[in-house]
Design a protein around this ligand. Structure first.
Ligand code: URA
Length: 433
């Protein structure tokens, strides 16, 4: 393969053959193709996009750059969910065990938080002792014995994505719909799943804020899934307000446990039941999403989902006593209250300010190798739309002896909007398949 011919074809808006895509990515992962040629190709893709066939081949080549899991020996269908993430999105934590409790196997490979968004792995690691470093054999054993495993991307899983993502990060090429879609889908498809539900967020706290861009990403990911023969559906859901009330690792685990006990915030439960119902429907366990949602609600209410979660925590080395005893979870003594700065109804301006506030307290990551403090966090005390009086407590801030507190309070002041009552956007905008 002549790498320059590949670059000039894409530079001029042409279409790449399957062979050209496969050998270029193979060469890049092996080191035969240098970063400067790969970044030139990524830039050309950013500008010209990719045709559906090119994108399916590109994603397949990424996926096949490393280990691909296959859990064919299980007597259960495999299904997973991916969310584009946001503020307080802990849905995976109650969702995965609830779906497993209803009879599907969920091999969930998740990510860490970066920038304003949190990551499922960091949240799970707030549980003392819990390890998310799972190899393929660990996934296989946990799925066989419990039906769910939640781990991180190993070095062997989609190495092409690790290299390409790092390169996109330093060359300003993250925000490209085909490159995001192939990055997400290659990792999810490497889990060897038969069904996938996509939760694509919109709003100021989302990765892509505009509804239209989110729909474009959802369409692109659904097309790839269809090309590779995985059943998939996507929902666009609101991230113009936090999901639930808790933001920060320990607080989000506690809120997830409330949901797993049949309680917790209504929006979190609604989303878990909807996405879980769709997963059961795609897996062929429920006749449709509505029947699946009822099954998930029952598993949350009768304790089966919590039991599966506790077994998973134990199998991944976590302290199961911490699930019933909050004093065993990471904690910090500092408490401050952010008060409503005016009277009126609560809405949110730039929701990312909440993510930046968490980062200022030490609970978020500015760089990939930063440590996160699991104990710090925010608890929103009043629901979006609530009528507030000036000076009333609005957000409880958990901090470590005031570290980062001034910056966090400034971010909160910028994120909150108080004014006349406005019509809230629906939690779920629509379904695509
Ligand atoms: N998340 C991913 O996994 N990849 C991207 O490119 C963007 C977000």
């Amino acid at each position: 393969m002549d790498a320059r011919a590949v670059l000039t074809t894409k530079r001029d808006g042409g279409e790449l053959s399957d062979a050209a895509i496969e050998s270029f990515l193979e060469g890049y992962v092996s080191g035969a193709i240098p970063d400067y040629q790969a970044s030139a190709l990524l830039m050309a893709i950013y500008v010209h996009g990719m045709r559906p066939r090119e994108l399916a081949t590109w994603t397949r080549a990424m996926l096949n750059s490393g280990e691909v899991y296959a859990f064919g020996e299980l007597d259960k269908p495999t299904v997973d969910k991916h969310s584009t993430g946001g503020i307080g999105d802990k849905a995976s934590i109650p969702l995965a065990p609830a779906v497993a409790a209803c009879g599907a196997a969920v091999p969930m490979v998740s990510g860490r938080g970066l920038g304003h968004t949190g990551g499922t792995l960091d949240k799970l690691e707030a549980i003392p002792g819990l390890s998310t470093a799972l190899a393929r054999e660990d996934f296989a054993r946990l799925l066989r014995e419990i039906g769910v495993a939640m781990g991180g991307q190993t070095a062997a899983l989609v190495p092409a994505d690790r290299k390409l993502y790092a390169l996109r990060d330093v060359t300003g090429l993250i925000e490209s719909v085909p490159l995001i879609a192939s990055s997400i889908l290659s990792k999810k498809l490497a889990e060897g799943i038969g069904g996938l539900v996509l939760d694509v967020k919109f709003g100021s706290g989302a990765f892509l804020c505009e509804v239209e861009r989110g729909a474009e990403l959802a369409r692109c990911m659904l097309d790839i899934a269809s090309e590779v023969g995985v059943r998939a559906a996507a929902y666009q859901t609101a991230m113009d307000r936090p999901l639930g009330c808790a933001i920060g690792h320990t607080l989000e685990i506690e809120e997830s446990l409330d949901c797993l006990r049949g309680g917790g915030p209504a929006d979190l439960r609604e989303l878990v039941c909807l996405l879980g119902g769709e997963m059961l429907s795609l897996a062929g366990i429920a006749s449709d999403t509505s029947a699946g949602s009822s099954a998930i609600a029952a598993a949350l209410d009768d304790g089966r989902a919590l039991e599966v979660f506790a077994r998973m925590v134990a199998a991944q080395g976590g302290d199961t006593k911490a699930l019933d005893d909050a004093s065993r979870m990471p904690s910090c003594a500092g408490r401050s209250v952010f008060e409503a700065p005016a009277s009126g109804h609560l809405s949110w301006g730039d929701l990312r300010g909440l993510g930046r506030a968490l980062t200022a307290l030490g609970g978020g990551r500015r760089a990939l190798d930063d440590e996160v403090d699991h104990a710090v966090g925010l608890r929103v005390l009043r629901p979006t739309g609530a009528e507030l009086r000036a000076g009333e407590p609005l957000i409880e801030v958990h901090h470590r002896a005031g570290a980062g507190l001034d910056e966090a309070l400034r971010e909160l002041a910028g994120a909150i909007h108080i004014g006349p009552l406005s019509q809230p956007t629906p939690l779920v905008l629509g379904r695509m398949e």
